[in-house]
Design a protein. Structure first.
Ligand SMILES: [Zn+2]
Length: 313
């Protein structure tokens, strides 16, 4: 399912077809007939990227940039196959991610350690290398220009050390990657979105995450564009909720990740916490439905919190 929507200002969002509908989005910025993708999904996301271009009357040669918010494979796994298909595109990526796009072997090994080899092959498919001369390593503050439209990159560690966010000069919106957490449509209550920090392994750092969120907040964005999933309009309130939940989760992790079965204990506590937050937000979903939406992320978040606490000690 493509599920292509316009967000206004030449910004489009569509489904990356990663694992299940509504889980991962790809954004597309169009300016004066030129295009930039923000994040790529995985190799099997390419048909949707091509369908989005076609729907908008754009050719593969209209793509000037493929921008990666970070090199976790649900965002960057498809970058190599996309770059192969878009002959004039350059890849924009954090300097710490650039070498992994030239030679993805370490990235693949790292993800295999988290997810397992069989899962890797099945879910991520081909992870193709990208020629170094096609890659722009975006330092903090660097601007790439799409037909005159400025896209400013900010170094935003906390979720990952290879993470950038992109401020769109035209709309004033920010493409957040996973720096500002996750908000799934199934947990929306009216216009209000339910935001959850993404504490995924293996570089989660709560202080850096807080600093990155504060940095973005000062830019006073008109909207946030989340890969998981879509546009957030009520930015001030959403970021306030996000920072409060980040603090709560750090406190909870320090308290619960102890003793035998520490991970299972933390998993139960984080599940209880997020379910009660979702209900306080107004979600009518029962436990099974909430688990369906958040279960996978809770598992990853527990792994990331555990890794952070283990390496901190
Ligand atoms: Zn990520």
């Amino acid at each position: 399912m493509l599920n292509l929507h316009t967000c206004g200002d030449g910004i489009y969002v569509f489904d990356a077809a990663y694992l299940k509908p509504g889980l991962a989005a790809i954004h597309l910025i169009v300016e004066d007939g030129r295009a930039a993708f923000v994040d790529t999904g995985v190799a099997s996301s390419l048909p949707n990227a091509l369908a989005a271009l076609q729907t908008l009357g754009l050719d593969v040669c209209a793509v000037d940039y493929v921008i990666l918010t970070h090199v976790h494979l649900d965002h960057a796994g498809g970058a190599g196959v996309m770059m192969r298909r878009f002959p004039d595109a350059r890849l924009v990526v954090h300097p710490r991610g650039a070498r992994h796009m030239v030679d993805p072997s370490k990235l693949v090994a790292g993800a295999a350690a988290v997810y397992g080899e069989a899962y890797m092959r099945k879910v991520y498919g081909e992870i193709a290398p990208i020629a170094a001369h096609r890659i722009i390593a975006a330092e903090d503050g660097d601007v790439v220009t799409l037909a005159g439209r400025s896209l400013r990159c900010f170094d935003t560690p906390g979720h990952a050390l290879h993470h950038i966010c992109i401020l769109d000069g035209k709309s004033g919106g920010i493409f957040t990657g996973d720096a500002c957490g996750l908000a799934y449509a199934a947990l929306d209550v009216g216009e209000r979105r339910f935001i959850v920090p993404a504490t995924t392994p293996s570089q989660f750092d709560p202080e850096a995450m807080r600093a990155s969120i504060e940095h973005l907040r000062v830019l006073n964005p008109t909207a946030l564009y989340l890969p998981h999933y879509g546009r957030v309009e009520n930015v001030a309130q959403t970021l306030t909720d996000l920072l409060r939940r980040l603090d709560d989760i750090v406190t909870l992790a320090r308290r619960e990740y102890v003793g035998e079965e520490a991970a299972a204990r933390l998993q139960r506590a984080l599940t209880d916490y997020l379910f009660s937050e979702a209900r306080a937000h107004g979600s009518p979903l029962d436990d099974a439905a909430l688990a369906e939406v958040l279960g996978m992320d809770i598992g990853l978040n527990v792994q990331g919190l555990a890794h952070w606490l283990n390496t901190e000690k």
